[in-house]
Each structure stands twice: as C-alpha cells, then as structure tokens.
Design a protein around this ligand. Structure first.
Ligand code: GDP
Ligand code: ZN
Length: 449
C-alpha cells in the first residue's frame, strides 16, 4: 500500500521558461494546499488550473505559480496529482521544491512516478520499464528503442505468444476436466507437438533479435587488448576524443572497476576495465597476456591491437590464438611509420597518431556486430535483460514439453510445463494469475453456464 506523497521536478533541468514540479500521493492536494495562497485547492474540481502563490512557513511569497489539481484515479500515477508550474529559474524552482519537502513530501526516486503508475495498474510492467529506459538511456539508438512505442510492441509479442499457449493449455484442461465436452479438440501429442515446436521457433527468433537490441541499449562490452606499447591507450584516447565518451570510476566496490562508454554511429561500446583505460587514468601498468585473459572473459567484442611496425611477437601470437573464437577486430596500428611488417587477413590498418583508418575501424565495428541491417523499425523486440531471461525460462519449459512427449508421458504432466511457460511470459508484463487462466478458460468455452 502506497501512502506517502512524493514530488520531483518534472521538466528538464535548467531549460525553458517554466518548470513543473509534480506531486503525487494521497495527500498531494492537502499538502500543497497548506502552502498555497489562492483558491482552496480542496474544494476545486478535478483537472482544473489555479493561479496563486507558494508561500513560506512565515507567509512570504516564494513564487507566483499555476497549479493543476488532478484527482485519482485519472492521473498518470492513478493517485492524486498536483502539478506546480513555477516561473522557472533553477533557484526559484529549487525553493518551491524545498518548501514541499518541509511539508513532509518526499523527493521521488528516479522513475518512481512510473513505478506507482505500474503498481496502481495504470500501465503494465513493460511500459513502466520503457519509461525507466528513457530515463537511463545511454545513447540515441537506445533512446529510440525506449521511445518508439516499443513497450507496446513488446507487450503485444508477449500477449501473442501467451494467447497461443493458452489455446493449447485450455484445450488440454478441457480434455481433462470435461471429457464429455465435445466441442474441444482432443489434444493428443500429435497435435501438441507441432504447436509447441512452432512456438519454440518464434521464441528463438525473438531471442536472437533481442540480443542485438540489448547490445545497442546497454552497450557492447568491449575489451581493448594487446601487448605493451602497441597503442592501446592511444586508441582509447582517439575513440574518446572523437566520440566524447564518459569515463566513470566506480570505486568502493571490491574490485574498483573503470568503465567508459563510447558512441560509435549511434551504438554504444561499453569499454570494460581493460589495460588502456587504466593507463589513461595514469595508473601505468604493463599489461600482458595474463591480465588480458580476464578482460576477455566478459568481452562481447575484442579490439586486438598490434604494432605493424614490428614483427609479430610470441605475445601477439598468443593473443591472436586466445581471441580466435571471439568477435574481434584485429587492428594494425602505427600505419604512419610506413613499415608494415605484419600481414594478417581481416585486419584494419590504422594510425592513432594521424587518425588514419579510424573511420574504417568504426564501420568495421558495426559490421562485426552485424548491426547494420537492424533498421529502426525492427526494434520491436525485447530489449531488457529481465525480459530476455523470462523468455529463456519459458523456452526451457517448452523444451520440457517436447521431452515429455518424446518419453510418452501423459498429457496432464506436460500441461504443467505449458502453464509454467505461460506464467514466465506473464511475468514480463507483470501478470501471473492462475485465476486468469481459469477465467480465460471459462470465457473461451463458456463452461459452467
Ligand atoms: P599501450 O601500451 O598499448 O597502451 O601503447 P600506448 O598507447 O601507450 O603507445 C605506446 C607508444 O606508441 C607511445 O609512444 C605512442 O605515442 C606510440 N603510438 C601509439 N599509436 C601510434 C601510431 O599510430 N603511430 C605512431 N607512430 N606511434 C604511435
Ligand atoms: Zn598504454
């Protein structure tokens, strides 16, 4: 049960002539009324706007404002909502906000309004998460994925899959519980098996594209590796300079990690704690094969740097071998020295000194990740790790169904796995009621009349 009242500045920080502070919760109207000089907000109609002033505890004017009063449940959060439009200016807005905090209105956490909207049944979980994604989107593509009504499309995909599953389950249940009911098809394994196989195919397709979507959204975990002095730090700096990366140092954890995000053609590379990053931050270490191995475990993309002005060393060869099964790009650096001693297939020649070949490298990154064919309209896939996990669990359950059929188990055994898959998919959109299954059963067959 949500019973506190929260507030936050709803407009982008420091822009525009007007700032809006949103207040939501059972006491939103009551509390704002205590600090408002103008009409008595407790007696105004819902969805009306009122002119007046926010006043301090001592009765001084803090700001001249317009106040919108919206009664539950027809509001964004389905709670009482008050929106205060201040005259803007960071300072004044901050003052009004502070005044609200004095009245025991709590500052909202990021996304908390959306969370309430979900908890109050106003939006489904996928939509709520999409809003969270917009808040935390790290790059343009991700923002598009988050924005493009993808939430709706994801919901729809999941609803579709569930609907198909339900058809199978409902028929089986009817067979079991109402053997005398003639209108239902008898669900023998000959009927169930191909249907389950078809569902599995759809799920595989979904998962494949979801992976790519997630890569774009969360950033591709990328490791820059190579023996000392080949130019890892220089490459990192070149990428950082050109693409305005963010470098974060997350200290305080057991292994303080350093992460950098680089935007390449709208795709985020999440450079994981590799040699180059550490060195760039002035912790000069000689990083060899040993350390690279660790970075490699996590990496989804490897940028292997080689100094083409020197012959390949044993260490280079080891790294080439170590990365051969990874998505990798072999980078032959220092092309400006004009003494190319290294010939390797599928490599890209660059110079971090002159930036020669960097464009080509960026194209190669996009190509290697096979993302070039992903146009924006294709983003109707799951884009969230939690969703993907749930779909995988549903897939496992469906595979158990096939196994049970192979082992000639009775139908009611695999009905459990089917229901399980149905529940997993329900978790994605935030519904999981056996009751719902029963309801649908009844509405489908008009049983119990
Ligand atoms: P790391 O140890 O792999 O990180 O290598 P660094 O980035 O620290 O570079 C090692 C040395 O190679 C430095 O003196 C760089 O200036 C030099 N270097 C890096 N990239 C290039 C390049 O493209 N051309 C030339 N000529 N020198 C480079
Ligand atoms: Zn270095």
């Amino acid at each position: 049960m949500i019973n506190d009242t929260i507030c936050a500045i709803a407009t982008p920080f420091g822009t525009g002539g007007i700032s809006v502070i949103r207040v939501s919760g059972p006491e939103a109207i009551l509390k704002v009324n205590q600090t408002f000089k103008g009409r008595n907000l407790l007696s105004v109609n819902t969805h009306t706007i009122h002119y007046g002033h926010i006043i301090s505890e001592l009765g001084e004017i803090v700001d001249e404002v317009m106040i919108s009063v919206m009664h539950a449940p027809k509001t964004f959060t389905a709670e009482n909502v008050v929106e205060i439009s201040t005259h803007g200016g960071v300072l004044v807005t901050q003052k009004v906000l502070e005044r609200l905090l004095e009245l025991d209105i709590r500052l909202a956490n990021p996304g908390e309004f959306s969370e309430r909207a979900y908890l109050n049944g106003r939006i489904d979980l996928v939509e709520a998460e999409a809003i969270m994604d917009v808040i935390s989107a790290k790059n343009e593509q991700a923002l598009k994925i988050a924005n493009l009504g993808v939430a709706k499309q994801t919901s729809k995909l999941v609803y579709d899959l569930r609907e198909k599953l339900l058809n199978i389950i409902a028929n089986i249940e009817v067979n079991i519980d109402y053997p005398e009911y003639d209108d239902a098809v008898t669900m023998s394994e000959e009927i169930v098996e191909p249907q389950v196989k078809k569902l599995l195919k759809e799920i595989d397709h979904l998962l494949k594209h979801s992976y790519q979507t997630r890569l774009i959204r969360e950033g591709i975990k990328t490791a820059i590796i190579g023996r000392p002095n080949v130019g890892k730090s220089s490459l990192l700096n070149t990428l950082l300079d050109e693409d305005k990366a963010i470098v974060t140092n997350i200290a305080g954890t057991t292994r303080d990690t350093i992460d950098a995000y680089v935007n390449i053609g709208g795709i985020t590379l999440h450079l994981i704690d590799t040699a180059g990053i550490r060195e760039t931050l002035d912790v000069v270490e000689q990083i060899g094969v040993g350390k690279s191995k660790k970075a490699l475990e996590e990496a989804e993309l490897v940028l292997l740097v080689i100094d083409q002005s020197e012959d390949l060393t044993k260490e280079d060869l080891e790294l080439l071998e170590l990365t051969k099964n990874k998505k990798r790009i072999i980078i032959l650096n220092k092309s400006d020295l004009n003494k190319s001693k290294v010939k390797l297939a599928d490599s890209i020649s660059i110079s971090t000194l002159t930036s020669d070949g960097i464009d080509k490298l960026e194209q190669e990154i996009i190509k290697t990740l096979q993302l070039e064919d992903l146009n924006n309209s294709d983003f109707n896939f799951l884009s969230n790790a939690r969703h993907i996990q749930k779909v995988k669990e549903a897939k496992t359950s469906l595979e158990s169904v096939l196994e049970a059929i192979n082992n000639e188990m009775p139908v009611d055994i695999y009905a459990i796995d089917l229901t399980n898959a149905w529940n997993m998919l329900g978790d994605i959109i935030g519904v999981r009621y056996e009751d719902e299954l029963i309801d649908q059963l009844f509405s489908k067959f008009c049983l119990g009349k």
